[in-house]
Design a protein around this ligand. Structure first.
Ligand code: SAM
Length: 227
């Protein structure tokens, strides 16, 4: 029986890596990386010299078999994604499920994820929240936005910078002016920005900005929330 380590890595600021993540990466026999080139920056920074192989959303099904063969052959495997926690809007779930199903030990090494970081920084209720991840690009997108608008709980959405304005406008259509929203952009990085206001004010501030860059999490308060 071998071990699959699910290792969280920083979402921007390399100083956010945990001691245990570095220690664990150093003791794995091999590391499954979402993108081996992206991860080589992190691994080199922490002087971790281990063999890697790619494990991303387009080869995940095929590579699970390879990963299982490694575990079955007695190797301890680490899995990391480009940023944050594997399995959270990133590959990981299939590998973890397969490891469990085949009697291997699964050890999580927790660390940052953008959703939790954003929700705690939003100052919106975080005792209960719904992690929506990325919304579907087309089919079902509007239904999900309606559900978010109708939810009594805080919702957390990952959105790409080029779609953020369209998303906010659609949200405005279903939520109206007074819904509390927080945009968390470039968390933990040099140009980190946390903008929290009612939706009408957020739109007023973000619409004139033109091209928006960086990584974004949107936190949307539940429909009955006010302050
Ligand atoms: N596994 C990651 C995690 O644990 O959060 C999420 C990976 S997902 C492919 C990438 C998305 O996460 C981005 O499009 C953005 O919505 C969000 N994200 C990741 N890093 C971020 C950051 N530093 N600031 C804001 N959002 C971030």
């Amino acid at each position: 029986m071998s071990t699959l380590y699910i290792i969280a890595t920083p979402i921007g600021n390399l100083a956010d890596i945990t001691f245990r993540a570095v220690e664990t990466l150093k003791k794995c026999d091999i590391i499954a990386c979402e993108d081996t080139r992206t991860s080589s920056v992190l691994l080199n920074h922490f002087q971790i010299e281990k063999p890697t192989f790619s494990f991303h959303q387009h080869n995940e099904h095929k590579k699970v078999e390879h990963l299982l063969n490694l575990l079955d052959g007695g190797q301890n495997v680490g899995i990391i994604s480009d940023a944050g926690t594997p399995g959270i809007s990133d590959p990981g779930f299939l590998a973890v499920r397969a490891a469990h199903q085949n009697g291997h030990t699964v050890i999580p090494v927790p660390g940052p994820d953008a959703a939790t970081t954003a929700v705690v920084a939003s100052g919106l209720p975080c005792d209960r929240f719904v992690f929506e991840g990325f919304l579907p690009p087309k089919k079902g997108r509007e239904t999900r936005i309606r559900q978010i608008a109708d939810s009594e709980l805080t919702s957390v959405v990952y959105e790409s910078p080029h779609k953020i304005l369209r998303f906010l406008e659609k949200l405005h259509q279903f939520c109206g002016d007074d819904r509390w929203v927080c945009i968390a952009r470039e968390l933990t990085k040099k140009f980190e920005e946390i903008d929290r206001a009612k939706l009408s004010d957020i739109l007023e501030r973000w619409k004139p900005r033109g091209t928006i860059k960086g990584e974004i999490v949107v936190v949307i308060a539940g429909k009955n929330y006010d302050e």
